[in-house]
Every structure is written in C-alpha cells, then in structure tokens.
Design a protein around this ligand. Structure first.
Ligand code: ATP
Ligand code: MG
Length: 484
C-alpha cells in the first residue's frame, strides 16, 4: 500500500505540513499498487506513465483513467495537452498544490519532470520503510526459473514477495518493490541487464542481502560487445552485496565463480563441482517425469526426485536450496518447496492435436537454453520433432551458435522445422550432420510452420517449440494445442 505523502517525492517539512493540513478524507488517499501497463490499472492504483522504446505511457493515460485509476505520475510537459473524460486535478509534488481541489472521485495527476526518476525515488523510499531479506537474481539464462523455484522454496518458511513474470528492468523492478508490505519477510527479485550499470542501479534500489548469479553467456552479446563486458555487468550484483550478505554463485561457470573475488559478501558456491558448498551428483533426468540427483551439504548426502524438467534444472534447484539453507531452513521444508506447484517453470509440456505432446519453451531462446531443451527432447521416447526459430541479438557468434543448435537437433530429432532467416543455418547444419533432407524444412514464419506441423504430427510425437522472444513462437503452440 502506497500512501499519498509517499508519492509526493519532496517529503520535506513544508510539504508535510501542507499535506497534514488537508481534509482528513484526502489524507486517507492510498494506492493499492503502482502499474505501468494501463491494462492492469484498477480503481485503487497509481498509473506511472513511462516512455518505452516503442510507445509513450502518456498515450495510455486515458485508458488508465477510464479503468478508474486513482492517480497517475505524469510528465509535467504533457499536462497541458491532456484530455481525460474524468475530472482530474494536477498536483505539484513539491508544494502539494492542487490537492486542495481534489475530491475522492477526482483523478490525481502528479506532475513531475521525469516519471521514471520519480518512480525510482518512490521505490527506494518505499523499500527503505521495510526490512525484508532481499534476494537478487541475475545471470544470462535461467533468472525467471531460478526466481520461481527460489520463491517456491522460501515461501514454505517465510512470507515471500516475488517478481511477477520477468519484471526485471529499470521500469518494472520499482513496481515490484512498491508491492512490499510490512508483512513480507523475504523478497525474491529478478534483475535483468540491458547495459552496464543497470544491475548496479537495480541493486541500489532493492538493496539485496543475497545475490544469485546463474551463469554468464552470450545472450545480448550484440548489444554488450564482448562476453567480458557481460561478465562485468553481471558482477554488479555481487559487488552490491553487503559484508553480512551472501553471493550465491554457480561454481561450474568460471566467469561466475570468479565473482567471489569482487564481492565483500561471503561466497556460497553451488553446482556439480564437489568443491562447492552445496553440490550434486548422480543426476538422472527422466524426460517429462522430472530429475533426480544426490545433493551434498556439509558432509551429508540426500537423494532428491523433483518435478523439474531437464538436467539443467539441477542448477536451478541448487540455487534455490542454497538460499533456503542460508536463511536457516530445514531440508524437509526446502524439499517440499522444490516440489511445490509454486516452483512452476517456463518449460511446459502441453497436450497437442492428434495425441501429441508439445514442449512449449517459446518464452525465449539462447544457445544454452536451446541445448538444454534439445537435451530434454532427447530423453523422450517417441518420434521427436523440433520446431526451432531464430535466436536474436547474438552478434558475431550468430551463425556459429545456430549451426551448433542444428548439429544437436540432427542427433535428437527425426524432423526439423526451422523458422526464420537465421534458423536456416540450423536447417543447413542439421542436414550436413546427417538429418535426411526430406525431414528438414525451412519456413519464413510461424503460420507456415504450424501449417506444416499440422500435416506431419502423428500420435505419440513429441514436439519441441522454441525460439527467441521476438519470434513469438507461442502462436505456433496455440495452433497445435489440443482443445483450443
Ligand atoms: P529473460 O532474460 O528472458 O528474462 P531468464 O534469464 O529469466 O530470461 P528463464 O526464462 O528462466 O531465463 O529461462 C529461459 C530459458 O532457459 C528457458 O527455456 C529455460 O528452460 C532455460 N534454462 C533455464 N535455466 C537454464 C540453464 N541453467 N541452462 C540452460 N537453460 C536454462
Ligand atoms: Mg526472465
């Protein structure tokens, strides 16, 4: 719950006096939450109009108003050109001027120079009022998976706030922080990276005590220039941790392991290397049944069977268990959390048309996650079809990365449908690696892929569908799903 005096950024004496001199009805003004997507606006919310890459949030202010938003943080320069169908007052955040004209039904437009900066200040201020243990999660691949499983574990023992979906950016992380209440004991926050300094900025707002780094890979290589630059950017999370914090690091990734050198916090390593604090061996992945493995901690061994899919999910589980152990949880509760529905993951098996099984991994793709998904497909008994789309933003390693996927696809799948221009390298390499030419298709778009697949699918087939976010391959899944 956000209060009006919190929203007015200049909470100095003078402003406070003015606010407290307001009619009591207005002092009760509180927002249930802040939203940046007008479609999520509710009658109690504060709509924050941000300028995105493609659109300006001010264009959706009328929509937020129509949905009854109680207030909005808007850019001062936009105020004069606004047309809203609801009564509103424009409020100066420093002087509080305008508030005196508001009634409980008026929309409160708080006019600031820069709504993003105001949102940041608000989130930092709000965060400062509470004292939960914040766990930041970053890495090139597996942030959301790790966030979901970690929250699934921690909520067994703590009242836990977690980032919704992939809310991990400068625009969305403050929104998550504003959901903090006095009730939360723990907050599990995903932290994404679009450039150097961004994770440092997110960490300054969220002030994590625990930080998990999953791996450093070539996702966003195009934008970042080099893998070293990506490593440096991800290092900003361990660098931001306090002395009494813990850097939870994947020991199997040398670039993550090295982050122990740049943090004041104590490192806690997890992975498959027996030198780690928490490590696993005897891994068995049984397709859609899940994984089993042995975990080792402080000399004890324990056998676990989990409903997480794919060998790579062992690392996800270990990262989550590390957070649980460091917060003093017992194994029994940790295991219950790892098995819970709360630990719901990205990669999903759904029934497809004609008694097939679709493996919907369309949320995103990178070289590491393509390999992980193909490894899972390899474990399934039946005819295996891979529908693979472009991996975007890979820069100089683009062709090589697609070819490596093609080589693995040839080992795993009986039929390959490559979607998009870059995916032609996948198709080409798969053929060179021995997949018969009449089992390899290269198409330009999702509709063509779905049309082709509809004609090919036979009972018992397993179909993996995966590509970068920008490929929107979920449209293929929706066309191949049973009982749509
Ligand atoms: P984004 O940057 O898009 O938010 P993310 O880092 O949150 O991505 P997830 O959404 O958790 O990543 O996972 C992306 C893909 O990577 C999924 O296909 C998931 O199954 C796979 N994945 C998760 N963890 C690993 C891992 N350790 N190794 C390889 N693939 C993984
Ligand atoms: Mg994510």
């Amino acid at each position: 719950m956000l209060r009006l005096d919190e929203v007015l950024p200049g909470v100095q004496e003078e402003v406070n006096r003015r606010i407290h001199a307001l009619p009591p009805a207005l002092m009760q003004v509180a927002f249930s939450e802040a939203v940046i997507d007008s479609r999520l606006a509710t009658s109690e919310c504060l709509f924050v109009a941000l300028r995105g890459e493609r659109v300006d949030g001010h264009e959706f202010l009328a929509d937020a108003a129509a949905r009854g938003a109680r207030g909005a943080l808007v850019r001062r320069s936009k105020v004069s050109s606004l047309t809203l169908e609801r009564p509103y007052v424009v409020i100066d955040p420093v002087t509080g001027e305008g508030l005196e004209r508001a009634t409980p039904d008026t929309m409160l437009l708080i006019a600031v120079d820069d709504p993003q900066a105001a949102l940041n200040r608000l989130a930092a201020y709000h965060r400062g009022m509470y004292n939960p243990v914040v766990i930041g999660i970053t890495g090139s691949v597996g942030k959301t998976s790790t966030k979901e499983v970690t929250a699934g574990v921690l909520q067994r023992s703590f009242r836990t706030l977690k980032s919704p979906r992939s809310y991990n950016s400068e625009a969305t992380l403050p929104i998550v922080l504003l959901k903090l209440t006095a009730d939360h004991q723990v907050a599990v926050l995903e932290m994404g990276m679009y450039g150097p300094g961004e994770i440092a900025h997110l960490a300054a707002l969220a002030r994590p005590r625990l930080g998990i780094v999953t791996n450093v890979g070539p996702s966003h290589l195009e934008r970042m220039g080099s893998i070293e630059a990506i490593q440096r950017a991800k290092s900003e999370l361990p660098q931001a941790l306090p002395e009494d914090g813990f850097a939870i690091l994947n020991i199997d990734d040398p670039r993550v392991r090295a982050m122990a050198e740049v943090t004041r916090a104590r490192p806690f390593f997890y992975g498959l290397d027996p030198a780690a604090d928490l490590w696993a061996d005897a891994i068995e992945s049984r397709g859609l049944q899940g994984v089993s493995f042995r975990v080792h901690y402080q000399g004890d061994g324990l056998h676990l069977t989990l409903p997480l899919l794919g060998r790579h999910s062992v690392h996800t589980a270990l990262a989550a268990a590390s957070a649980g152990l460091l917060l003093g949880m017992e194994w029994e509760a940790i295991i219950a959390g790892l098995r819970s529905e709360g630990a719901q993951l990205r990669l999903l098996a759904v029934p497809g048309i004609n008694q097939t099984t679709l493996i919907d991994d369309t949320y995103n793709a990178s070289p590491a996650s393509m390999q992980a998904a193909l490894n899972l497909l390899a474990e399934l008994d039946g005819r295996r079809i891979a529908i693979l789309g472009d991996m975007l933003e890979l820069g100089s390693i683009e062709e090589e990365a697609h070819r490596m996927v093609g080589a693995r696809a040839a080992e795993v799948a009986q039929i390959l449908i490559a979607v998009g221009q870059r995916a032609r390298w996948i198709a080409n390499e798969a053929q060179q690696a021995g997949l018969p030419a009449d089992q390899v298709y290269a198409v330009d778009d999702n509709d063509a892929a779905a049309h082709l697949a509809r004609n090919l699918l036979a009972p018992g087939d397993f179909v993996l569908i995966k590509g970068s976010r920008g490929m929107f391959m979920e449209t293929i899944v929706s066309q191949l799903q049973a009982h749509r």
